[in-house]
Design a protein around this ligand. Sequence first.
Ligand SMILES: Cc1ncc(COP(=O)(O)O)c(C=O)c1O
Length: 372
Amino acid sequence: METIKRNILLNPGPATTSDTVKQAMVVPDICPRETEFCDIMNSIKLDLPKVVNGQDDYVAVLFASSGTGGVESAITSAVPKDGKMLIVENGSYGTRMCKIAERYSIPYISYSIAYGDYPDVKAIELLIKNDKSITHLAVIDHETTTGMRNPVQAICDLAHKYNIEVIVDCMSSYAGLEIDLQQWKAEYIISSSNKCIQGMAGLSFVIFKKSLLDKIKGNARSFYFDLYEQYSGFQKSGQMQFTPPVQVVYALRKAMDEFFVETLPGRRARYRQNYESLYNGLENLGFRFLLPEAQQSGILLAILEPKNPEYNFDVMHDFLYHRNFTIYPGKGAKEATFRLSVLGDLHKSDIEGFLSTLSDYLVEVRINKLVY
Ligand SMILES: Cc1ncc(COP(=O)(O)O)c(C=O)c1O
């Protein structure tokens, strides 16, 4: 096979993938109703919970959609008609959950703080105490808006103390950060094929407690994203209800095989090393960051935009893009930022190459010292 040009994506997914994952998509055409394909789907379904210590008490359901589809499925299937949500909103993905609830007329209140502020679990408890009708709490694990890792364990413990079920968006943490469902005991988590698991975009998945199946039957407000129907349909026929993105499924199978070879500690260590190289390199160039180190996920940095008149994000983006490095703008954090992520098939030399090219950009636009 021809060599495929390797772009270094520092946006938080879709991520840089290995050549072998790219090549896994080039397969003979196949009807997804054939056993050969169903076996692959089934193996993925069984392996997804293993990544987060799901064991036998959790099951996985896949949808042909981007990650938001999975979030939409969990929310609109989990919350019963007389239920109410409490949504932790400290980034744009928390806001997106509020928008989903709003669109489906699901009652909710939000714990809303600035994008980049750390959730105060005591304040969340106060909201729960003041509203006995809350049945579900939803939170983002790694808030990709800011790079913050939210205190999910504490939030799960709190919710369970009040018999509230928890929905956690693990889009940019699944397979990149330690998630132990035996510890969290979260009822639902969601992720997608194209972030830390390092597959291609096109599949979302919800991993949830098997014991909830009877409870969610008939809850769904959406036809396509009905979690119960998608699960039970697959159990009956071994097939997805609707056409899957066949080649993306092959790529996800390959990406999962590569994950199990690298192992979670191995991937964590690689991401951590890349993150530290990036952090130190940026700091040496004079950049500053949105979050204190203790709140950083270790996967994504929200970098404060310098005040130099010569600095311009779009110019910097284009300079880097034409040299194979893709960077990402900010998304409404409490201070103006741009973002860089180390998720994906990235290695030390990629980060070193990026830092040296970023330094070339600063020279090109005649910035000697960054101003804040
Ligand atoms: C935390 C989080 N939630 C949800 C999403 C939405 O995923 P998608 O763009 O695949 O729909 C993202 C995407 O970056 C994310 O980071």
